[in-house]
Design a protein around this ligand. Structure first.
Ligand SMILES: NC(=O)c1ccc[n+]([C@@H]2O[C@H](COP(=O)([O-])OP(=O)(O)OC[C@H]3O[C@@H](n4cnc5c(N)ncnc54)[C@H](O)[C@@H]3O)[C@@H](O)[C@H]2O)c1
Length: 327
């Protein structure tokens, strides 16, 4: 049995952000049409080491793509200079069940998470959006910014991180690679005040900005909170924005951003306006006026990993990337 092994650099060389956005859009469309089998992921806690490993399988019926991501989030890694998130994606031939590829999932996670926000920004942000704020300048913050810049002509970026050194490193790296003016701010309020699009990509367990600092017409992508105790969004924002999610089932099971305000009696299941796939499939409307605050809450879904993984494999084969290994 032959298996393609595809490294991080090869993932980056195989698929552009624009291709990832196109791929994730198709995947979310299938998810919301009931054309994907995606059990809520298994989270295996490793409290002794302040970690959790998630097992995320998916089968996408229309594109006939099958696989699984194994992703670990170990918060203590930051102190030793290791990435918080480490992952791999395993692809399986949907016709035969034979494994076809092992792909570095760490960059792929950042790529597909950025791509989800790219899809949402494209569908929900004002057409004239030209400024963006990134709160949380880690691995995800980078691809959040790349994705927003792929779908809107951004000319100014504000960034804030609880660790100033992380924000400064982000500024240097991203200003060089994107050729855009990036300003590090002293606090979240200064970052979001003039932002047309906001991306929250932190590990926070309390809101990372104040609702009163938001401007009318802003679009928010919130991707950080993926457990019931993690929270990036002020409850007032969740209550008042047009709320779009990646998967109703998954966000209600996993995200403190929704679970906490529901427990406080501020929102209910009906507060979710749509899944992003329903907007993609034109089953629900998106933004209807320029003053609305739109909010995309994503906890991440295995359809993103498997579809982008499959795209990486096909592009890698076409470009002669990856290593063939006999099992
Ligand atoms: N929704 C998804 O699909 C998805 C995918 C991948 C990761 N995530 C989640 O996104 C979050 C970020 O991931 P990452 O890989 O970028 O982690 P990271 O550790 O590389 O970066 C997180 C950054 O957030 C900063 N931060 C923490 N609290 C803050 C606050 N209150 N205000 C401002 N900055 C703050 C930290 O200093 C750090 O720089 C994690 O919680 C991760 O689990 C979600």
């Amino acid at each position: 049995m032959k298996l393609h092994v595809i490294s991080r650099d090869e993932v980056a060389a195989a698929v552009t952000m624009a291709q990832a956005i196109e791929t994730v859009k198709k995947a979310f469309g299938q998810l919301s049409k009931g054309k994907a089998s995606v059990p809520v992921r298994t989270q295996l806690g490793v409290p002794l080491h302040d970690g959790v490993t998630l097992f995320m399988p998916a089968y996408l019926e229309q594109t006939d793509e099958l696989g699984m991501k194994m992703v670990s989030v170990f918060s203590g890694n930051m102190a030793t200079g290791l990435p918080t998130i480490n992952a791999m994606v395993i692809l399986v031939d949907a016709q035969t069940g034979l494994p076809t590829a092992i792909i570095d999932g760490t960059y792929l996670t950042a790529l597909r998470t950025g791509a989800a926000s790219g899809v949402a920004t494209d569908l929900l942000a004002r057409k004239d959006a030209s400024t963006v704020a990134v709160l949380g300048t880690g691995a995800q913050g980078r691809t959040q910014l790349q994705a927003v810049c792929t779908v809107r002509p951004i000319d100014k970026v504000f960034v804030f991180d609880a660790r100033e050194a992380a924000a400064l490193a982000f500024e240097k790296e991203m200003a060089d690679s994107l050729g855009i003016d990036i300003e590090v701010t002293k606090n979240a309020a200064d970052a979001i005040r003039d932002a047309d699009v906001i991306c929250t990509a932190t590990t926070s367990s309390k809101p990372v900005f104040a609702h009163s600092d938001l401007s009318a017409g802003t679009h928010i992508n919130a991707i950080g909170s993926f457990t019931p105790t993690m929270q990036e969004l002020p409850p007032e924002t969740v209550e008042n924005a047009l709320l779009i999610v990646d998967s109703r089932e998954a966000v209600w099971a996993e995200s403190g951003d929704l679970i906490i305000p529901r427990r406080e009696g501020r929102i209910s299941d009906e507060s979710v306006h749509a899944e992003i796939g329903e907007i993609i499939n034109a089953e629900r409307p998106g933004r209807t006026d320029d003053d609305q605050i739109t909010l995309f809450k994503s906890v991440g879904n295995a359809v993103q990993d498997v579809s982008v993984g499959a795209r990486v494999l096909s592009e890698a084969i076409a470009k002669g990337l990856g290593t063939l290994v006999e099992l």
